[in-house]
Design a protein around this ligand. Structure first.
Ligand code: BGP
Length: 470
């Protein structure tokens, strides 16, 4: 591995930061969930009994633990740490008034990271849309939200430019065409003729947000690097039947390459343009100057990778155990691979394949900003230890595959930042699904404990990926 390879870990504000009622923070989409759950609990006392997340107000309480956390990351040898800025901590209503306490908080976090030789890698938008923008403009559906986002990113770049050199625009935005209602509060039935124009409008607005952020970052912080962040859903054909191969290539094109082709060329693909036109939308004709501006070209591609999926005609191969995303992709079970106890397929070679595919196709540096094993198997023993050999095994195999991609296949990879390096709340809505090297005891003031994987990852980093253990 290159000497400058970034070793670290990754988080997001709504899953990790907490402090939702403090420091002048406004209400985000997730805070609105908390508030309505609390209201509901007055009449329905059972909700606390469920471990499904209905309260995002504290999560892992990074807000109060960041100094301790950064010291732990330093002890592990981190050179990078990914976090997101909560838009509502900077602009409590999404637009209008800036909250100086929010600026102060993030400056202190970034400064503490830099003082410990840890590079902040900062996501501008990780799903926590200000609720006020949802209420007033249907979030990403409204043009006013784009204007609000522009002001928000300008403030972030100006205020944090001395500390942050790696920026990510919108988390997993390749999923937006599939989930256009997310972050809008607007429900349009899939069968309605309004659905496609609505979905395209939302998608286009998020794309304006992406291109604007890239351009402004290059204008305001010339020495910074900014990239997109995509959810990978690398698909293999279930069989060698050409029908399965066709379905698979369509899956990969639709879920990954359509988006990256747009971000790298500034234009929707010719096939997308026909689909857009047929739906009655004209998004492909708008904002071309911004999208194709030389300063709107991103510097790298970042992605999450947890599993690969199979695609094919044989519907009875459907993977009924796969939860959340794998279900969403209508994934089929891969007969050659094992699954985690959470039902996600474990495929280390897949990350090498994906790194090669993306690099060959776009010739941009890559950054792995999410990977890891999320399971409910971690147990805090009486003497406050967590033995997690399953996590070490998963990560060891994936890091070995990444090394092969870099050292043997010559892929340019900037860093490896596995997800939830300190335990955090899962996006699937379950706080006991854990990914971390550091255990967070949610029932005892969010106290932190080092897991066995903490010591293992420390050695990996110390040896620049040479010592992966047996
Ligand atoms: C990605 C999201 C993260 C994270 C991760 C793991 O899609 O960017 O926010 O949560 O998935 O998923 P989960 O939390 O459902 O295990």
């Amino acid at each position: 591995m290159n000497r400058n390879f970034l070793w670290g870990g990754s988080t997001s504000a709504f899953q990790f930061e907490g402090g939702s009622n403090e420091g002048g923070k406004g209400i985000s989409f997730y805070d609105a969930i908390t508030l309505s759950s609390k209201k509901a609990s007055e009449s329905m006392e059972s909700w606390m009994g469920s471990n499904k997340v209905k309260d995002y107000s504290t999560t892992s309480d990074f807000y109060h633990h960041y100094k301790e956390d950064i010291a732990l990351l330093k002890e592990m040898g981190f050179s990078a740490f990914r976090m997101s800025i909560a838009w509502t901590r900077i602009f409590p209503d999404g637009d209008g008034r800036v909250n100086p306490e929010g600026i102060h908080f993030y400056k202190d976090v970034f400064k503490t990271l830099k003082d410990n030789n840890i590079e902040p890698v900062v996501t501008l938008y990780h799903w926590d849309m200000p609720q006020s923008l949802i209420d007033r403009y249907y979030g990403w559906y409204g043009k006013e939200t784009i204007e609000a986002f522009k002001k928000y990113v300008d403030v972030c770049f100006m205020e944090f430019k001395d500390y942050v050199k790696y920026w990510l625009t919108l988390n997993e935005n390749n999923l937006t065409p599939m989930l256009p209602s997310f972050g809008t509060g607007k429900k349009v039935s899939k069968d309605s003729p309004e659905y496609l124009p609505f979905a395209y409008e939302v998608y286009h607005n998020t794309n304006i947000a992406h291109f604007y952020a890239v351009k402004r970052c290059h204008e305001l912080i010339p020495d910074a690097k900014i990239g997109c962040m995509i959810a990978s859903s690398l698909a293999y054909p279930l069989t060698s039947a050409p029908e399965d191969v066709l379905l698979t290539r369509n899956h990969n094109q639709k879920l990954t390459y359509d988006y990256l082709d747009l971000l790298t060329t500034g234009r929707y693909t010719p096939k997308n343009c026909i689909e857009i036109e047929n739906s009655g939308s004209d998004i492909h004709k708008r904002d071309v100057d911004l999208f194709t501006h030389p300063l709107s070209k991103m510097d790298f591609i970042s992605f999450s990778y947890y599993y690969s999926v199979c695609v094919g005609e044989e519907q009875n191969a459907a993977d009924e155990n796969a939860q959340t995303m794998q279900m969403m992709y209508m994934a089929l079970k891969n007969p050659r691979l094992k699954q985690s106890s959470f039902g996600w397929t474990i495929d280390p070679l897949g990350i090498r394949i994906l790194l090669n595919d993306l690099y060959d196709r776009y010739q941009l540096p890559l950054m792995i900003v999410e990977n890891g094993l999320g399971v409910k198997d971690d147990v805090l023993t009486e003497d406050k230890q967590v033995h997690d050999p399953y996590r070490v095994e998963y990560l060891r195999q994936h890091i070995a595959a990444i090394k092969d991609a870099v050292d043997t296949d010559h892929v340019e990879c900037l860093g490896y930042l596995p997800w939830g390096c300190i335990d955090l709340y899962s996006a699937s809505g379950d706080r006991e699904k854990r990914y971390g090297f550091i255990y967070v005891d949610y029932d005892d003031n969010c106290k932190r404990y080092k897991k066995d994987s903490f010591y293992w990852y420390k050695k990996v980093i110390e040896s620049n990926g040479e010592e992966l253990g047996d």
